[in-house]
Design a protein around this ligand. Sequence first.
Ligand SMILES: NC(=O)c1ccc[n+]([C@@H]2O[C@H](COP(=O)([O-])OP(=O)(O)OC[C@H]3O[C@@H](n4cnc5c(N)ncnc54)[C@H](O)[C@@H]3O)[C@@H](O)[C@H]2O)c1
Length: 286
Amino acid sequence: MWKGGECGVTSEDVERTVPDVSDQPLDRLMRLDGRTAVVTGGARNIGLAIASRLAEAGARVVIADADGPEAELGAEYVRSRGGIATSIAVDVRDSDAVRTLADAVVEQFGGVDIWVNNAGMFPTRGFLEMSDADWDATVELNLRGTFLGCREAARRMVAAERGGVIVNIASAAAFRSSGIELSHYVASKFGVRGLTQALAVELGRHGIRVIGVAPTYIERRERDVLHIASPTAGRERRPPHLLFHLPLGREGVPDDVARVVLFCASDLALLLTGSPILVDAGQLAV
Ligand SMILES: NC(=O)c1ccc[n+]([C@@H]2O[C@H](COP(=O)([O-])OP(=O)(O)OC[C@H]3O[C@@H](n4cnc5c(N)ncnc54)[C@H](O)[C@@H]3O)[C@@H](O)[C@H]2O)c1
């Protein structure tokens, strides 16, 4: 039965949703010590930057990526920076594989506290030429992959009765189609944004926060320079007319997204759920 306008919260739920942490010092609120985080598509670029920052804050990180050897190189990179990380080869479009991943994480680490659905693709195809396969491939990875990750994470978090955070990497394209040949991508990311909002409503009573992070253009970076600041980062990689539409004047780098994900995952953001957080250099303000 449809329960319009209801969130299903009962007085018993309130105790276990989100505590008031007003008396906690900032350095403790941003730490993730003792928590376990899964990052899908975490072998490189945005996903690896997220894994690295979550580990830097103290989380045990599981890099789950379709490319097993690259995932292990990513985990090695995180460990080389002092973090705790393991890797696992997983295709996020495969229901059984995602269930097995979630079970393995619970068995190995005793639970899952943070789950970042980052694996995604950014294909281009003119709408008139769009094949069924083009459409399905994009929606299957970007939207179905996010759905499967959310479901398996939420089931483990509800069973453990200790809440959790799910972060879904959407895109500025989840708000506005910013170019041609992107209909499949835009539709998939609007879907991720809608799923995030719906799950925040449905899972809030379990103390599970579900947040979207929506980046603008993000420069792709090699692993060895992922955390090396470059004053020219991104300047030459995109056509100038694209950067002209960004009020802050540069496209993002993976760590720009990772720091926002860390904020969302941390207790700094304890009352934040359901929102899509734009990391867009002001793109949508124009
Ligand atoms: N780069 C950008 O400009 C940008 C902008 C907005 C949003 N995003 C989003 O950020 C996320 C990451 O983007 P990126 O540029 O770092 O991507 P990327 O292509 O550099 O990395 C994606 C990672 O996902 C993995 N992957 C691909 N298919 C998979 C599958 N089926 N199962 C598991 N892992 C799989 C890849 O092996 C790779 O390691 C995506 O969801 C993307 O849509 C990116």
